[in-house]
Design a protein around this ligand. Structure first.
Ligand code: NAP
Length: 280
C-alpha cells in the first residue's frame, strides 16, 4: 500500500514542504509520511529508482535536481517537457511519471491572491533560471505578453527563443532604458531571482526600488522566505498590491498532492502549516 512520499534536495533542511504536506495528509486522514530526503547528485538515480516500490506515492524534487531527474523517470508530462524540469514524480504500479506543477501553482496563486488574469496583459519577469522559465511558460500559455530582464542577458534570450509566438516574449537589458520602460508598461512584475531570500548572499537586496514600481502594478515575489521580502516592502512603499511566493509554494504542493493521491487537499490547512513552519 502506498504510504510514503518525500522531497529530494541537496541541501534539504530549509524545505518546509514536509510540514505542509504532512498537514494535508493528516487533514484528510490519509496514513502517510512525507519526509525530507538529502540526496546528492551522485545518489539521485538510485533514489529515484527506489520510488518504484509499492510503498511510495512518489516524490517532490527541488534544487539542484529538477532538470536532472527528467532523465530518470519513464514518462515526462508534455508541460514539464516544455518547462524543461520536473518537481513531482508519481509512482503508478512501478512506472515513474514526471510532472512540473510550478507553473500551475504560479497561475493559481495569481488568481487566488490577486484575481489576476494574464490574458492580453504585459508582465515583466526578472531572472532567467528555473523559476522564470516556469513563470514565462505559464504566462505565455495564458496569452500574456512578456518582457524578460536578466543579469545575464543571453539566458533571457535562451528562454525567449523557445517560443514560436515571437511577439509574445521580448528581452530587455537589465541595465538599459528599455528596462525602465518595461517597468512602466507592466501590469505584473515577477521577481524570479533569489534576491531577498533569507540566508542567501543577496538577502537584503531588492531587484527594484519603489521609484520603479507604479501604484497600479501587481508585484509578485517568487521568494517565499521571508514572507515579506525587500522587494515586497519596496512595492508597499509605492502602494502596489503584492503577492508572496509562499502562495505559489502551497499551490504547487497541492497539485503534487492531487497527482499522488487523487484527492484535493485543503489550501487553508497547507498555508497555515507553511506559515507556522516559516515563523518557527
Ligand atoms: P536559478 O535557476 O538559480 O536562477 C536564478 C536567476 O536569478 C538567474 O537568472 C540569475 O541570473 C538571477 N540572479 C541571481 N542572483 C542575482 C542577483 N544578485 N542579481 C540579479 N539577478 C540575479 O534559481 P530559480 O530556481 O529560478 O529560483 C529563483 C528563486 O525563486 C529562488 O529564491 C527560489 O527559492 C524561488 N522559487 C520559488 C518557488 C515558489 O514556489 N515560490 C518556486 C521556484 C523557485 P544569472 O542568469 O545572471 O545567473
Amino acid at each position: 500500500m502506498q504510504n510514503k512520499v518525500g522531497i529530494f534536495g541537496y541541501p534539504i533542511s530549509h524545505s518546509i514542504s514536509p510540514v505542509f504536506q504532512q498537514a494535508a495528509f493528516a487533514n484528510l486522514s490519509i496514513k502517510a509520511t512525507y519526509e525530507p530526503w538529502l540526496v546528492s547528485p551522485d545518489e539521485l538515480e538510485g533514489k529515484v529508482n527506489s520510488l518504484r516500490n509499492n510503498d511510495y506515492f512518489g516524490a517532490n524534487v527541488t534544487i539542484p535536481h529538477k532538470v536532472q531527474c527528467i532523465n530518470y523517470v519513464d514518462e515526462v508530462d508534455l508541460w514539464a517537457q516544455k518547462v524543461g524540469s520536473i518537481n513531482t514524480i508519481v509512482n503508478r504500479q512501478g512506472k515513474l511519471y514526471g510532472f512540473n506543477t510550478d507553473s500551475a501553482g504560479f497561475l493559481m496563486s495569481l488568481r487566488a491572491e490577486a484575481n489576476y488574469h494574464p490574458q492580453e496583459k504585459t508582465a515583466l519577469v526578472i531572472g532567467a533560471g528555473g523559476a522564470a522559465r516556469a513563470a514565462v511558460h505559464a504566462l505565455v500559455k495564458q496569452g500574456a505578453h512578456i518582457v524578460i530582464a536578466n543579469r545575464t542577458v543571453e539566458k533571457a534570450y535562451d528562454i525567449a527563443s523557445e517560443f514560436e509566438i515571437v511577439d509574445s516574449v521580448k528581452v530587455v537589458d537589465r541595465f538599459s532604458e528599455g528596462f525602465e520602460q518595461a517597468c512602466d508598461n507592466a501590469s505584473l512584475i515577477v521577481n524570479c531571482t533569489p534576491m531577498g531570500m533569507k540566508g542567501g548572499q543577496f538577502q537584503n537586496e531588492s531587484p527594484l526600488d519603489s521609484s520603479h514600481i507604479k501604484e497600479d502594478v501587481l508585484v509578485y515575489d517568487m521568494v517565499y522566505n521571508p514572507v515579506i521580502t525587500p522587494f515586497l516592502r519596496e512595492a508597499e512603499k509605492s502602494g502596489a498590491e503584492t503577492v508572496s511566493g509562499l502562495s505559489m509554494l502551497v499551490f504547487q504542493g497541492a497539485e503534487s498532492f492531487k497527482l499522488w493521491t487523487g484527492k484535493t487537499p485543503s489550501i487553508s490547512v497547507m498555508s497555515k502549516a507553511a506559515r507556522r513552519a516559516l515563523n518557527s
